[in-house]
Design a protein around this ligand. Structure first.
Ligand code: NAG
Length: 422
């Protein structure tokens, strides 16, 4: 009966959309496709269809757990060229020596708590900084997507810095080997704290055995290759061989015929379903004041202050501000000129889930003895988080919008103040 109820509940959602999907892509494997002869300018386009339709175009990234390719000079370019709600397309091209096999494990996700940034086929590899949209995406990993080498190489890619709006990926530069690395492509995948369980960097010089790793519910397992120490003597060869049980996975990271290429990789459990829900700031208490200012030409029309950080806005314009997660509860001070004959209407988001009484609402008529109005709202959330705010200050209005990155991105007006005629 319990099972039946669950099934009915799922069906009653009435949606046949999917929000995550995964698979193995074998189009770039000469054993699966004998025509895959990737060398001397050969190129191939491969389209993969999802198991069902996504509601929104998903983000895609992939890892590679099987490399089989020749010594220098060898290079392949690989990029995602399009993503739709039902499929994505990859294009590969090889410049000189042969790439036999790349077996990609792809992941598609429609969730803004993860952000996929791609840096396909970067010529002249160097450190690079990327913009992040979700300020709560404060953790992440890097995974190699393409490479070109003209001799022995030895490098490691890693996240060297992450802030509320950017992430920097650095590459080590071993003397005498770095110049042989002509091109590198990678994903940097960032996310909220819950997004990744990173079991750490494994640097291997020979065979590697993971041991039994407990399976994590609602997460994908990925081997994120982020460095190679390739002597360019034999072919570049590594592949994962899994042996799983109902509760654990384990893999060996091995080779065949010739020795395994020394490498660095991270083991990561990637969430495709989340328990932490991000919601807009709610005003749970507010103090107001009305007073007389003797000379009303002195103060600005709007005086907006983020109390904890002392950030002040008084000029008309559009601004973006990231509120630090330590500012919880979050306090605002807003003071407004209230000239004779005008009135002030103000609303503050109070309750995200209420059907009525969603805001604290105020309406004040202005007159000489009450010509300066103040609002001092205090906002809270279920747990501390960074907040992306958009501030729009105009001559007779002030709006503050909270951009929230959850499964989807939403924008919620948390402060709306209008100066109107009486
Ligand atoms: C009000 O302040 C402005 C700017 O400081 C000044 O020019 C003006 O004379 C003041 N008016 C009065 C009535 O004090």
């Amino acid at each position: 009966m319990a099972k039946f109820t669950l099934l009915v509940t799922i069906l009653s959602f009435g949606s046949c959309y999917i929000y995550y999907d995964t698979g193995i892509l074998q189009d770039f494997d000469y054993i699966a496709y004998s025509s895959f002869n990737c060398k001397n300018g050969y190129s191939k386009i491969a389209t993969t269809t999802f198991s069902n339709q996504f509601e929104q175009i998903p983000q895609i990234f992939f890892t590679n757990e099987y490399f089989d390719q020749e010594i220098a000079e060898l290079g392949f370019k690989l990029a995602i060229t399009s993503i739709t709600k039902t499929s994505f397309t990859l294009e590969i091209s090889c410049n000189l020596n042969r790439v036999y096999t790349l077996k990609l494990k792809w992941f598609a996700i429609d969730d803004q708590r993860i952000q996929v940034l791609s840096n396909f086929n970067m010529e002249n590899p160097d450190d690079k900084t990327f913009q992040i949209k979700n300020p709560n995406a404060q953790t992440g990993f890097v995974v190699i997507t393409s490479i070109r080498y003209t001799g022995k190489i030895d490098f490691l890619l890693s996240i060297s810095k992450i802030t509320t709006n950017s992430v920097t990926v650095s590459i080590t530069k071993e003397a005498g080997k770095f110049t042989n690395l002509k091109q590198i492509g990678y994903f940097v995948v960032v996310g909220v704290e819950e997004a990744f369980i990173n079991l750490g960097l494994k640097t291997t010089t020979g065979g590697f055995s993971s041991g039994a790793l407990a399976i994590q519910p609602n997460r994908w397992f990925a081997i994120a290759l982020q460095g190679l120490n390739y002597p360019n003597v034999n072919n570049l060869r590594i592949k994962s061989i899994y042996s799983n049980t109902a509760t654990t996975i384990s893999y060996t990271w091995q080779t065949w015929d010739q020795t395994e290429t020394p490498n660095s990789h991270s083991q990561i459990w990637i969430a495709y379903q989340f328990t932490k829900i991000f919601k807009p700031l709610e005003c749970f208490t507010i103090r107001t004041s009305r007073k007389q200012v003797k000379n009303l030409t002195i103060p600005p029309t709007f005086y907006l202050e983020f109390v904890q950080s002392n950030q002040i806005y008084t000029s008309n314009g559009n601004y973006v501000y990231y509120v630090d997660k330590s500012n919880a509860p979050f306090k605002l001070g807003i003071q407004i000129k209230c000239e004779n004959g005008k009135k002030i209407k103000a609303e503050f988001n109070k309750c995200n889930s209420c059907s009525s009484q969603k805001t604290h609402s105020f309406s004040y008529n202005c007159f000489t003895q009450m010509n300066y109005v103040g609002f001092f709202p205090v906002f809270q959330q279920a747990f501390p988080q960074y907040n992306h705010l958009k501030i729009n200050m105009q001559s007779s209005s002030l709006e503050i919008i909270n951009v929230v990155y959850d499964q989807a991105v939403t924008e919620k007006t948390i402060v709306n103040i209008q100066i109107l005629n009486q």
